[in-house]
Structure formats: C-alpha cells, structure tokens
Ligand binder design. Sequence first.
Ligand SMILES: O=C(O)COP(=O)(O)O
Ligand SMILES: [Mg+2]
Length: 215
Amino acid sequence: MLPVVFDLDGTLIDSLPDVTKAVNLLLAEEGQPLLPQSVVNTFVGSGEKVLMQRLIAATAFTEADAERLMPRFIAHYKTAALDTRLFPGARSALDRLRAAGVPIGLCTNKPRAPLVPTLEAAGLGDVFGVVVAGDDLPLRKPDPAPLFHCFRALGAETGIYVGDSEVDAETAKRAGVPFVIYVHGIRVSPIEDIPHDVSFEDFAALDEILRTLQT
Ligand SMILES: O=C(O)COP(=O)(O)O
Ligand SMILES: [Mg+2]
C-alpha cells in the first residue's frame, strides 16, 4: 500500500488563528499595529524565514530587525500552538488509515520548535510513522526532498501527498506524485488555480479518494 503523507498547517490543523496570534504578540511587544488574519494568511506556507520576510514587507520593520525578531516570534509560536485545533474529522480519518494498514507521515514547513508542542496539543504526537519539520533537512518544500524523505522512511519510493497550499501543490508536482488538496486550508489563490488531482472539503470523503488513488 502506498504511504500517504500529510501537510500540517491548514491541512490537519486549523492553525491560522494561532499563527496570527503569534505574529500579533510580537507586533504588540514592538508597539506596531496588529495585523488581521487575512493578511497573516499570506505569510504562511514556506516556513518561518519567509514568514518573517513577508512580515517585514508588510510593516515598519526592516531586514536589520529579522535576526532580533525571529527567536521572539518562535517563542510566541510555541505558546500559541497550545490552542491548536484539528479540523473536524481529521483525527478519525488518520485513525482509519492506520487501522487499514496505510503508512502515514507528516511533511511540514513548520519549524521543529513550535511543531513539537503543536503535535502534542493536537494529540498527534504518536500518530505518524515519520515527521519531517521545515528545518530538519537542508531543503524544504516546495523542494521535493522532504517528501521523498518521508516516503522512504515509510518504506516506499513514492506515495500520495495531502496538503492545502500552492507550496504543497508545487512539492507534489516536483515529486511527481498525486496531490489531494483540502479546501478549507491556508492558500492565497482560488482552488481551481492550484494544480491538484482531487480536492475534498470533508475528511469523511478522504478514505474513498485515497482508495481510488491507491489503485
Ligand atoms: O509553517 C508554514 O509556513 C507552513 O506549514 P505547513 O507546511 O504545515 O503548511
Ligand atoms: Mg499547509
């Protein structure tokens, strides 16, 4: 059976409110105006360094602030993770896959420091056969290397990727694997502009989608 690898933010967990909170705690500390979730939405998907660059571009910060701000952002990100909520049905979908003997993994651009408390808070600490964080390997998504790393750790050369964003679509395309997109995630473009094999809006539909792609 082909392994199924999942993205985290916007795919399994509804984390945009937490990321927004972490960004705004930092802005508040700095006496800067807070940003709405719709703006923070455009910062997410490529990891913390790109998030910081986009934050700088959207505020009065400059490049020179990045190094000073990053550890404080990560500290807020770790705390905000404690409020993380899974999307409805995500946990039971993962449990059904495991019960069916499908190897499952996690491939995220979230750095490991906030990832660990996030997985604990979401009750996902011991669910995946492999977990790759954004800063675990020299290259991150959309490079396909982290995804291939997951497939190999799960005992296969290839597999299926389930994600929510433009970055995930590009990763799957570069890896040459089927891409399944969750429509309630964190993305900037309309779903029809993001290349994907199948989309789903309810985790109850995922089993059947994956069964079809497995054959
Ligand atoms: O941390 C990010 O920028 C995105 O994380 P994700 O890869 O789990 O969506
Ligand atoms: Mg995501």
